[in-house]
Design a protein around this ligand. Sequence first.
Ligand code: AMP
Length: 283
Amino acid sequence: MEIITSPAILQEQCLSWKSQGLSIALVPTMGYFHPGHESLMQEGRELADKLVVSLFVNPTQFEPGSDLESYPRDPIKDTEIAMLHGTDILFMPTPESMYYPDHATWVEVPDLAQTLCGQARPSHFRGVATVVTKLFMLAQPTWALFGEKDWQQLAVIRRMTRDLAMPVQVIGMPVVRENDGLAMSSRNAYLSPEEREAAQHIQLGLRLAQDLVAAGVTRKTSVLQSAIREYWQRNMPSAREDYLCFVDPDTLQLAAEISGPTLAAAAVHMTRARLIDNLLIQL
Ligand code: AMP
């Protein structure tokens, strides 16, 4: 495995592979690897001739005053994990090498970026779409792998790739969870033992809604929302809801009824961590 920090050198290497007819899979990450990241690496390794993993805590997707400085980092362990999964290039650029001081170009998908996580983080998806576009230009991937845990991010990237005819196949991968249902996340490291115990109920609350639909109790999302909130209040009273929404999985428009596949999406604040999760409810 080669560790590359220079964007220009990454691009030169990937363009050279492409000219030899080799396919490339890209896994963009912010590091502090866990099995969720590893599942993306494994799939990328199977799909392509060359696997590029990027590790970049992208400053433009953090709101002012959020956890950019304290975001968990462990580059040595991450390097070992990337190597274990047969990564060809681990790309670890500095913010200065990714953004010129007068960087002025942004990629925006406002229709999908303003709801859900975009309400509390208005410039987040602009930062994500811009850095992912740049990573696509540098790594020239045939496939790019993203987790369904960040469903809205995946929807933004799919739309951006389609609208701008980017020659990349975007692959969404299932959420990897702890045994009790908590979605794995680098930010779980912020949880106290009590919060870690309580955090399982984020997903279990969403599953309660699915059970109510499956049992024919209701399809009204306002009723489901109340049931989840009541469950959360009972089981994780110290957590504070950021949002709990039922939306169309592609357009992210709010759904009043479950009349087809519907995404239940939530964000919850613990003391130091803001955790997100979702569940696709099928009829
Ligand atoms: P991050 O480092 O948190 O930006 O995540 C990098 C990629 O890993 C994103 O595409 C995430 O959606 C994906 N990812 C993070 N957590 C999980 C998980 N628990 N299961 C599957 N994919 C995940």
